[in-house]
Write a protein that binds this ligand. Sequence first.
Ligand code: NAP
Length: 293
Amino acid sequence: MNTQFLDGKAMALQIKDEIANEVRSLTAQGHRAPHLAAVIVGNDGASMTYVASKEKSSHEVGFTSSVYRMPETTSEAQLLETIEFLNSDPDIDGFIVQLPLPKQINEQRIIDAISADKDVDGFTPVNVGRMVLGEDCFVPATPMGICTLLKRFGIETAGKHCVVLGRSNIVGTPVANLLSRKGFDCTVTMCHSKTKNLKELCLQADILVVAIGKPEFVTADMVKDGAVVVDVGIHRIPDETKKSGYRIIGDVKHSEVDAKCSWVTPVPGGVGPLTIVSLLQNTLKAYHKREKK
Ligand code: NAP
């Protein structure tokens, strides 16, 4: 199989360039730059890395960026107060609350408190509802990134059988919804931990989207020849040969699966870079909506 790679890193650079050009032209005309804020509670290493890279990407495209760092002991009431402030701050176009949150805080109550107009993660019930109804909304960043990859690489989706492994609110469920809609027109099967005959279902997939959070779970015997495979998984595993002491692997065993694919996302450098770019695109959209008002 002549496998081709869905190079998210290169595509993210290209989209960031497009956003940066737009921001440059806005500010040259005397307009303010879009402003993305992030809230992080506690010291979770992965969360800190994600927020730092969101901040870096915001600066790269010329956005104003601010990060609200709150201690691990923050109460739900204190976090709700910060959210209220961000909801009403006229200088902020969109913000995210980095998940997971410490256990004393109810995540859903926090998400529910975010203004739908500033919910650039697309996690609030209002945006999820709008997405399901096919209305204009903020689409969650990772599913949006997957759709962008498929679209911009010209992957044929209409009438294809897409099997999605995973049904989380942030990846599996929204991506299954989006790919089944008009425009993508896939026939979608969504699988989860209680799904029977998982291997047989995977073998039927023209497009296999894997978001189950288990390192190298999908092996070559689960993939049809010529399938398009999108690996959402991110796992850090110790690797003494690397300067950092670790390497990143996905939910797919690429060493054996890639050769069977027509197209496949590398890990790292596939879905990940598009996730951050989608957040920037949503922020730009929130900015334009507010400026219009
Ligand atoms: P999650 O919330 O843990 O959800 C995992 C899903 O996989 C659940 O629906 C679960 O089923 C299902 N599952 C688990 N084991 C299974 C099995 N043996 N067979 C079939 N289904 C199984 O994970 P998530 O937040 O969606 O993230 C998935 C992966 O993507 C993680 O590795 C995460 O780090 C990564 N991720 C990457 C990005 C990015 O930007 N690239 C963004 C977000 C997440 P049940 O519902 O039945 O439990």
